[in-house]
Design a protein around this ligand. Structure first.
Ligand SMILES: [Zn+2]
Length: 251
């Protein structure tokens, strides 16, 4: 059964494809996919899932963008932190410097009439949690610089996740604010852009131009490649299926 009819504008050629998301999570063609055969493989992203209990307090999540963060600890430590109920923080994804990544909060149904309650709302930016997905990027220390600390492996792994979410939720691939501007944005921003937050991540050296370029690359690749992205093994990306709570893997 179709739960959502969606359109995807290929950032490479501009062609608009129409497709439908089914209740079982599959994506079926409606039109325009002849030259964008792999749109259905948006659902093929395979990312390990380690559940965070730090959700289900705010909601519903009505995604209008993606907030880029960095951690103040290593990848494994961030996972543990987000799995600790006492920390009261989480994010949808954490990406490591070597490209490893993990999902910790499920994504909501792409159907705007579907469940988008607090189960899908990560606790990553005070006041903005019901608006934004959160992606954390590994840093073991502060004072990160570019390019040494923003590895290509980390940027690409994250950009692929972002491209997926942009396609699924109609998030524009753009960065409307400067780092010193605080406002509710649509598209991409840093934690430093979210009103009411005093965080400075992802810092002054985050390579926005490179990152957005890679998001566009993966978005077009998802749409154009006959075989789809080559991805690490793992469980399918956790998304809502109807009103059922998602099943979880644990550490
Ligand atoms: Zn942050």
């Amino acid at each position: 059964m179709t739960i959502k009819n969606m359109q995807f504008t290929c950032p490479k050629c501009g062609e608009v494809s129409s497709y439908a998301v089914q209740t079982n999570g599959e994506v079926t063609e409606q039109s325009g996919l002849a030259s964008h055969r792999n749109l259905g493989n948006l659902r093929s992203l395979a990312v390990p899932y380690k559940n965070s209990p730090n959700r289900d307090a705010y909601g519903p999540l009505v995604p209008q963008g993606i907030v880029v963060h960095y951690t103040q600890g290593r990848y494994e430590g961030a996972i543990s932190h987000f799995q600790n109920p006492a920390s009261k923080v989480s994010a949808h994804f954490i990406v490591a410097r070597d490209g490893r990544r993990v999902q910790m909060v499920p994504l909501p149904d792409p159907d705007t009439n579907g469940p988008r309650d607090g189960r899908y709302t990560a606790w990553h930016c005070k006041g903005g949690n019901t608006r934004y997905f959160g992606i954390e990027h590994e840093f073991g220390y502060t004072g990160a610089t570019y390019p040494a600390d923003w590895t290509e492996e980390m940027m690409d792994s994250s950009a692929e996740l972002s491209a997926y979410m942009c396609a699924l939720y109609g998030i524009p691939i753009e960065v409307p604010l400067a780092p010193n501007e605080r406002d509710w944005f649509t598209g991409f921003g840093g934690h430093y852009n979210v009103p009411g937050n005093n965080h400075t991540d992802p810092g002054p050296y985050f390579p926005w131009d490179y990152y957005i370029n890679r998001v566009e690359y993966f978005a077009s690749r998802m749409a154009d490649s006959p075989s789809g992205p080559t991805l690490t093994s793992g469980t399918p990306l956790q998304t809502a299926q109807g009103s059922e709570a998602p099943s979880y893997q644990t550490l």
